[in-house]
Design a protein around this ligand. Structure first.
Ligand SMILES: Cc1cc2nc3c(=O)[nH]c(=O)nc-3n(C[C@H](O)[C@H](O)[C@H](O)COP(=O)(O)OP(=O)(O)OC[C@H]3O[C@@H](n4cnc5c(N)ncnc54)[C@H](O)[C@@H]3O)c2cc1C
Length: 408
């Protein structure tokens, strides 16, 4: 039997090292940061210390090849690392495996020229630069990148770019952006209209208008005005008209990386739910003894089990260079929704305490909300999943290929 649901010993060991790192280093640092909220100098100092410790413990840059100072892990191994790291908000950042840099690193590794890799990828890998990815625009549906209005026009050796972006995560303080803009007037297919550019930051013509405030506060998701921004030809990333392809290639693994982090968060909420049920007494028994609470616990256990299987299988498909689009779509949809449901149940079991900000659950609920539409809205994934099921049936006379292509 070729099916093996265990990690090799070295990955198990790594997973436990990440867990210990989060418990010993990241959580205490987070608590100190929370106490000194607003003290930026203190925050930066704590981050540097966390990152130095990650280096010392051999946990730095897990997703990048060794030649870039990374650990060279594939996506399956990354699932174990990211899910552990994300049990704490700063965990992925401490390892230099956070969005959007993680996705940008993969993009530069895959699409960048040697010069681009040296100038942009290497500083990201060393942790001395941050980056952002600028695709979404307020005026048109972010779900449909063929509608992008930001325009790049060739003028001598430069592209001149005009447009408007928003929700650009990490834009303030980023050393560069990967920017998607329309370059082709009459593409063969609508998906071939856009190209990607690397923009040095700060740059004349790139104005950070504001940090868009959200239901969970302001987290450096910025609105950007782009006016006559000049980008040298050599800063195009990939070829002309390949912006959509690059975005999709970036987003597949980046979506799954989100799922791994969401899994970590959902597990924290589930542990808290069970812990609370074992410590709260009402109407003659512990909450854990009540069937209504057990249903919530059982539903959460079943969902987490499905999340884990989906993430591991989609990661396995990426590692094995198989078509992973359906599996990543299904995982993205399912994990995002499970996260919301599990955190909500945990709040329910905690009662007023869950609604307070004395536990991380309230903040987790706010963050979980964006998971259902960012990086592909639920409905867009469902549309694609359904399309593939219908296509499979038409092609094969059954839907097997659309349900993971598993030997069942
Ligand atoms: C916290 C956060 C961080 C983000 N970071 C970045 C970033 O770094 N860079 C970046 O470029 N963008 C970023 N985004 C933007 C994000 O990728 C977009 O929100 C997402 O692509 C959806 O686009 P939209 O918001 O314009 O919604 P729209 O495209 O307008 O969609 C709105 C709703 O319409 C429905 N819908 C859309 N299409 C269909 C369909 N075909 N069938 C049925 N229903 C449909 C869905 O319910 C969807 O939720 C971020 C967003 C958030 C919230």
């Amino acid at each position: 039997m070729a099916i093996d649901f265990s990690f090799p010993p070295e990955i198990e060991e790594l997973r436990s090292k990440v867990r210990t790192f989060v418990e010993e280093i990241v959580r205490p640092a987070e608590a100190r940061i929370a106490e000194r909220e607003g003290d930026r100098k203190f925050l930066v100092g704590e981050i540097i210390k966390m990152r130095e410790e990650a280096h010392k413990r051999g946990l730095w840059l897990p997703h990048m090849p060794e030649e870039y100072g990374g650990m060279g892990l594939g996506h399956v191994a990354m699932a174990s690392v990211s899910a552990e790291a994300a049990k704490s908000g700063f965990g992925p950042f401490a390892l230099n495996a956070q969005a959007p840099d993680e996705g940008n690193m993969h993009t530069l590794l895959h699409w960048g020229t040697e010069e681009q890799k040296e100038k942009y990828l290497e500083p990201l890998c060393k942790g001395i630069a941050r980056s952002c990815f600028a695709m979404t625009e307020p005026e048109v549906a972010g779900s449909d990148p063929t509608l992008i209005q930001t325009r790049a026009v060739l003028d001598g050796d430069d592209w001149v770019i005009n447009g408007h972006k928003w929700f650009i995560s990490g834009a303030r303080g980023a050393k560069f952006a990967i920017l998607i803009a329309r370059t082709e007037d009459d593409p063969e297919i609508p998906q071939a209209a856009n190209s990607a550019f690397i923009v040095d930051l700060p740059s004349e013509g790139w104005e950070v208008v504001r940090d868009v405030a959200t239901m969970s506060g302001s987290h450096n998701h910025c609105e950007i005005r782009i006016e006559n921004l000049r980008v040298p030809k050599s800063r195009m990333l990939g070829g002309r008209g390949q912006g959509h392809k690059l975005g999709q290639a970036r987003l597949g693994p980046a979506r799954l990386a989100h799922c791994m982090r969401w899994l970590g968060q959902a597990e924290v909420a589930f542990d808290m739910m069970v812990d609370r049920s074992l410590n709260r007494f009402a109407h003659g028994s512990l909450l854990a003894d009540k069937q209504g609470i057990q249903w919530m616990i059982a539903d959460s256990a079943m969902e987490l089990y499905q999340c884990k299987l989906m993430i591991l299988h989609a990661a396995y498909k990426i590692d094995n260079k198989e078509d992973f689009r359906s599996e990543v779509s299904m995982a993205k949809h399912f994990v995002a929704n499970s996260l919301g449901r599990i955190v909500d149940r945990a709040i329910q079991v905690h009662g007023a305490l869950g609604y307070s900000t004395d536990t991380p659950l309230a903040s987790m609920a706010q963050h979980a909300r964006w998971a259902r539409f960012a990086d592909g809205a639920d409905e867009v994934h469902q549309w694609r999943i359904a399309q593939r099921a219908i296509d499979a049936y038409k092609r094969d006379g059954n839907t097997k290929a659309a349900t993971g292509g598993l030997p069942l």
